[in-house]
Design a protein around this ligand. Sequence first.
Ligand code: ADE
Ligand code: ZN
Length: 328
Amino acid sequence: MRNLPKVELHHHLEGAAPPALMRDMARAKHMDIGGIFDEGGNYAFANFDMFLKVYEAATSALKTPQDYYQLTKAVLEQSAAEGVIYCETFLSPDFCGGRDVGAWREYLHAIRDAATAAEKAHGIALRGIVTCIRHFGPDKARETALCAAETAGDWVVGFGLAGDEKAGLPKDFAYAFDMAREAGLRLTAHAGEWGGPQSVRDVITDLRVERVGHGVRAIEDPALVAELADRGIVLEVCPGSNVALGVYPGWSAHPIARLHDAGVPVTISTDDPPFFHTTMTREYERLSDTFGWDEAMFGALNVVAAKAAFCDDATRKHLLDRLEHSDD
Ligand code: ADE
Ligand code: ZN
């Protein structure tokens, strides 16, 4: 499974930070973030709310563009070693320069430099989805959208919404999403992870997204499942994340196979791999063990992901060629 080429569409850059790297960065700045780790040195949290707090505490050790260069380099080396050939990562100007456009450009420059070097060294391509954080509120989301609009192009390709799904409503973020859409960005939003089917309907209707982050709880409404299938709305499914955070009690209860069998375009991602003790290879292995999915199935899902990627068509064609010739 490790060598199978993989396309990952749902990945948070800070959420992929190796815990040891965050400890080193905190130590270098004389910061104490020790409380967020367990005895084994892994991130420790008991539920989603604590996860978000631990995530933000770890991220507080990232203070400069150079820190993000190092983070991106480490993350892409790891992803490439798991067979990932293309990754779309969520980036938040909230953490990168406090939503100041000038500072954001500097962070972005550093992240892109690391991505260019990783593409040369390991053949992995990275693109960015600028993401507002729901529990930071709609006003900050507008500033984030301005950062996104100012830097939209061949590398910043999308705009998203992450964070606490219980905070506010998707329509509160419609202005930010309208700005991003007008700047030519493609849209996705987290929904149907903690919220039920209505939360998925809301991001489709109110934010006009073309993909949904998670979206798995759509399974609770057969009419919505049929609509997702009909309209070809792609779900960025992160099964290991859902199991680790307790959205589902175990892998066999996860609805990814039922959604797929109902014709919904599903893709596979890790979300925040070290937080959930996962990698892309591990996700594939668990799906294979649980649902009997084989290499041909993963190959087909990677084609779905490449077609749903927010990159330009030349990049997509290159990806599809690599997927097609993966066993040559
Ligand atoms: N930020 C990082 N991971 C997330 C998740 N799974 N849901 C919402 N926000 C997140
Ligand atoms: Zn996520």
